[in-house]
Design a protein around this ligand. Structure first.
Ligand code: SIN
Length: 286
């Protein structure tokens, strides 16, 4: 098999074929996949059938795994592999087997509420709803979003720092151990610049994390809300996004510091099960 990588017909995203991720991947192929991940921000693989140890082994080609943040239920979904997360609406014996249920997962980047957020995430589809049942996942290119910001919004954002809320997940559920936020000036979570500079290329990208409970430090709450609303409205426009319609066996790898993602709700009578890894970041956001 020979690895082939081609750009998707979207502002971001590439499809990689000719590689079986269940076994060792050659250093040359790992380097080519990593290049596509840097350049195109999302890499899509199809027809992969990976056990959890195989997902872990493939992920470790790109760095050390970053365990999931606290979920609402207070214990890992996979006792054998706490370094993996499960994204699912399925319940067994009345207990969710994974996170996020069947509702919308709002636009976000993963775990930006920590000081050094994961640089990459991989999501592997084990069961998916039928095509018309919903559950598509979207990615938005934050380099493009920054480059196209209106000049006044760019000026207002440059040099500003925002707090990234740790209390809720992207389905809006409170994580175990956190209090609801009633005043965004008290939001608990890491502080990061609104504009990130890629340390390799010097390119600038918006770094927004998640909208709920965000606050731009030093501004009046109303000013902070207005600036954040303007940034989010701009950054999530369809012309900056890729839509992924899942099939069983898909594996997506995304550049967590350079994209936002969201997921459509889906028919609650269908089953969706995905296993996910994250790769530790190695940079503070500057
Ligand atoms: C996530 O936000 O990581 C989940 C995306 C999805 O369920 O497609």
């Amino acid at each position: 098999m020979t690895l082939a990588i081609k750009n998707l017909d979207a502002p971001l995203g590439a499809e990689a074929s000719g590689v079986d991720l269940s076994g060792p991947v050659s250093p040359g192929d790992v380097a080519a996949i990593e290049d596509a991940w840097r350049e195109r921000l999302v890499v899509v693989f199809h027809d992969q059938s990976l056990s959890d140890p195989q997902l872990i082994a493939f992920s470790q080609n790109f760095g050390e795994l970053d365990p999931p943040g606290p979920n609402p239920y207070g214990k890992p979904f996979l006792a054998q592999h706490p370094e993996l997360n499960v994204i699912s609406n399925v319940t067994e014996n009345g207990q969710p087997i994974g996170n996020l249920g069947d509702g919308e997962a709002v636009w976000h980047a993963d775990m930006t509420y920590v000081e050094v957020p994961p640089k990459a995430a991989m999501l592997h589809a084990l069961e998916v709803p039928p095509p018309q049942a919903g559950g598509n996942t979207y990615f938005a290119d934050m380099f493009l979003a920054y480059a196209t910001l209106p000049a006044d919004v760019k000026k207002a954002a440059d040099g500003r720092v925002a707090v990234h809320d740790a209390s809720t997940n992207s389905a809006g559920l409170l994580r175990k151990g956190y209090q609801p936020v009633s005043d965004v000036r008290q939001t608990v979570g890491a502080h990061h610049p609104l504009v990130r500079t890629d340390p390799r290329t010097g390119r600038k990208a918006l770094f927004l994390g998640r909208r709920p409970n965000a606050y731009v430090v030093g501004l009046e709450v109303a000013e902070s809300e207005a600036l954040l609303d303007a940034l989010w409205a701009h950054a999530t426009q369809p012309q900056f996004t890729l839509c992924h319609r899942w099939k069983v066996g898909d594996l997506l790898m995304w550049n967590n510091l350079s994209v936002l993602h969201r997921r459509d709700p889906f028919d609650p009578t269908t089953r969706r099960i995905m296993h996910r890894s994250q790769i530790k970041g190695n940079e503070r956001i500057h």
